[in-house]
Design a protein around this ligand. Sequence first.
Ligand code: SAH
Length: 346
Amino acid sequence: METKKKDIRALTREQLRGFFVDQGDRAFRGNQVYEWLWQKSAHSFDVMTNLSKETRGLLEANFVINHIRVDQMQRSADGTIKNAVRLHDGLVVESVLIPTANRTTACVSSQVGCSLDCKFCATARLKRMRNLNPDEIYDQVVAIDNESRLYFDRPLSNIVFMGMGEPLMNYNNVLKAIDKITSPAGLGMSPKRITVSTSGVPKMIKKMADDGVKFKLAVSLHSAIDEIRTSIMPFNATFTLTDLREALQYWYNRTKSRITYEYVVWEGINDTQRDVDALVDFCKFAPSKVNLIEYNPIDDGQFQQASKTALDRYVGTLEENGIVVTVRRSRGKDIDAACGQLANKH
Ligand code: SAH
């Protein structure tokens, strides 16, 4: 008969200590196990060699470690690595390692599929199957840190929540994962090297500000005109630009942390001077910068990257208005690892 064992990494350190005390053992046993689970990323109880056989047996009888498994690793000609990550229930998400001259960035997923419906994003077609648990997010980061050490001889330096899913629709688990990533009992990374990217859920942006989070915020804007944004990101009908703006103002007042807007320019969609002017206006209420992202085609051509002239107009007007703008080249396109291409095609 199968008894339901608990995911041991759903327990806090205190709860683990409590478990051992309840078993008539010493509380510090909980610290030892906690260290194995998080700092050393143990995949099984067998490796916990400073515990007795009986203790390991006790853990085995009561708990499971739902560790992820990197099923397939693809390498792009530009060095980008994409991991197909199998979860304990058989579902798959993807995460990406992006190397540059002096950085390694991990792009991680927060949900299996996505509940939003952005017309230009491949992940949106998968729909949302479930939220990832904090340990499943943490494991993706550890896997990429290991790959960075192995292939690039350096540890992971940055993390972006720009993989599958909408992080603010799985806020509690994302926060718990970041807590582990930044804690000395986990990976000890600085929160300043972590960026959470959102399509813009106003209520959650305000909550983040109230929670005093220390990581950075990026917003996938793509248009500062409501009708246009709603046509490509239909949830904008509910979370309008007015509400988003108000939430971002609140965020900035509370955190004093500059906002990054991610923006793709598409031909015939948002490539006129009116679109540029609306963006400039949107950038003015709080210190911000704009990342113009190259479009990664996902279908038969409903969306087309705008011309260089259109892009130059954006850059020129933004700069004239004193707004910092960067044009981002895509990475990992040949293995479907670029923004918006994550759709479990492997
Ligand atoms: N849900 C979050 C994080 C995932 S998307 C968010 O929306 O921010 C990560 C980034 O890739 C977002 O800025 C998104 O708008 C962008 N993106 C989605 N599809 C894309 C595509 N086909 N080409 C380029 N960027 C895309």
